[in-house]
Design a protein around this ligand. Structure first.
Ligand code: LLP
Length: 408
């Protein structure tokens, strides 16, 4: 769990006052810290970091990634175009759309962006359309991991990637259409704290790589977890060094082809801790067995608790020293899965208080909806100098209604 500094606490209360709620606030310094942390641990490897923009595509977040030399993992045409508009060079964007259509394939290829293909039939279609091209292939090495069943993206139950057992078919299609497999990719899941399993998965694809002669990169995916609970430890970077970085270095040193690079493509590790969702406590209600603190935000703005039972720490920013009471901190959406925290001790919440839902910078805003016809939150950027900037306003009721009626 992120510990806020006194200054960050002050800035958050200030944002709530100047921009209102619900509002996502992102601290640039946290993103830069996380990027530097990973770069430091991976130094010595021929490395390209990509950012999985599905975690958070707010413009200044993307600009920070660009400035820091990262590339982009894009999974839809809109993500792809957005990344190019931000200024990412085409050779630093990888297009990994799931169940890719012909249209999507042409869209990326015509823009010079490399495809990451996760189905044999798509590889065949790509070969037919673009014989003699370079391509990356996503493998499923049958080792998956993640913080919840829903976010495991390898293994026999997973729809992602070409089973590693079918590598022979990959070669056959490549030969047929003179395709060069220049990259191998895997992504085994999200919120992984267990570096041993991550290495197990990586070693499967490293083994598989021996039959590919023209590889320029092996992309081992994202998935690095962060601590959300106060009693949880951050990802153990010394075991990351020992179990992953050192063996990767040994692999590269022993590899016959010069210029083979290792790519990582995290989302959460870079952005989760930078974001706080600010909400206003509208109602405090005593039920028969519990006290409900009802806010002006909810599962439409941060779906992770409802979707995965995910823990996000809730702070009462207005009354941090208040006596601890136990609450269900809930949203204003008409669903009983609409909660931020259940049975949670929080410093006494009063109507009018501002809460901060912590570690909400990844898969927060990017998974929002306008369910119940409520606007998405505003977004505020706090730059390295501590200056705040509204980067996305909330929609007014009138704008929401006009937008929906235009679509009718
Ligand atoms: N690469 C690919 C191909 C991915 O599909 C993903 C995430 C990533 C990289 C980045 O994974 P990360 O480093 O962020 O774990 N909504 C879920 C997480 C879903 C992740 C989907 N794919 C959550 O809130 O926990």
């Amino acid at each position: 769990m992120t510990e806020l500094t006194i200054e960050q606490h002050r800035i958050l209360l200030d944002c709530a006052q100047t921009q209102g709620t619900p509002t996502y606030v992102y601290f640039e310094e946290t993103i830069v810290r996380q990027i530097n942390k990973l770069k430091k641990h991976l130094s010595g490897l021929p490395l390209q970091l990509l950012y999985a923009m599905k975690a958070n595509h707010s413009v200044p977040v993307m600009q920070t990634m660009l400035r820091e030399g990262l590339g982009i993992d894009a999974v839809s045409p809109a993500e792809l175009v957005y990344a190019l508009k931000i200024g990412f060079p085409v050779d630093r964007v990888l297009f990994s759309a799931n169940n890719m259509t012909d249209g999507e394939m042409h869209y990326a290829t015509e823009r010079g962006v490399m495809l990451n293909v996760g189905e044999l039939s798509r590889l065949e279609a790509f070969g037919q359309a673009y014989p003699g091209s370079d391509v990356c292939v996503r493998l499923n090495g049958q080792v998956g991991a993640g913080h919840h069943e829903h976010v495991i993206t390898a293994g026999d139950k997973s729809k992602f990637g070409i089973p590693v057992e079918q590598v022979g078919d990959v070669h056959a299609i490549a030969r047929k259409y003179d395709l060069t497999i220049v990259g191998l990719h895997q992504h085994i899941g999200s919120g992984i704290m267990d570096t041993k399993t991550l290495w197990q998965a990586i070693s499967v694809i490293l083994d598989a790589s021996s039959s590919f002669e023209n590889l320029r990169f092996i992309n081992v995916g994202g998935g690095l977890g962060i601590a959300y609970r106060p009693d949880e430890q951050d990802l153990d970077m010394s075991s990351f060094d020992r179990l992953i970085v050192e063996p990767l270095k040994a692999f590269i040193d022993g590899h016959p082809s010069e210029g083979l690079a290792i790519w990582f493509e995290p989302g959460r590790f870079f952005t989760a801790q930078c974001g706080v969702l600010l909400a206003h406590v509208n109602t405090v209600k005593e039920g028969t067995t519990r006290t409900f603190a009802g806010t002006d935000s909810g599962m439409n703005h941060l779906v992770r608790p409802a979707m995965y039972g995910a823990y996000h720490h809730v702070l009462n920013l207005s009354n941090p020293e208040g006596p601890l009471n136990t609450y269900d901190v809930v949203g204003n959406i008409c669903e009983s899965s609409d909660f931020f925290a259940k049975d949670r001790e929080v410093a006494q919440l009063r109507e009018g208080d501002i809460i901060g839902v912590l570690d909400a910078g990844a898969y927060g805003m990017s998974m929002t909806t306008t369910y119940n016809m409520r606007s998405k939150p505003a977004e505020v950027w706090i730059d390295l100098a501590g200056e705040q900037r509204l980067v996305r306003p909330r929609r007014t009721v009138e704008e929401m209604v006009a937008q929906e009626m235009r679509q009718a």
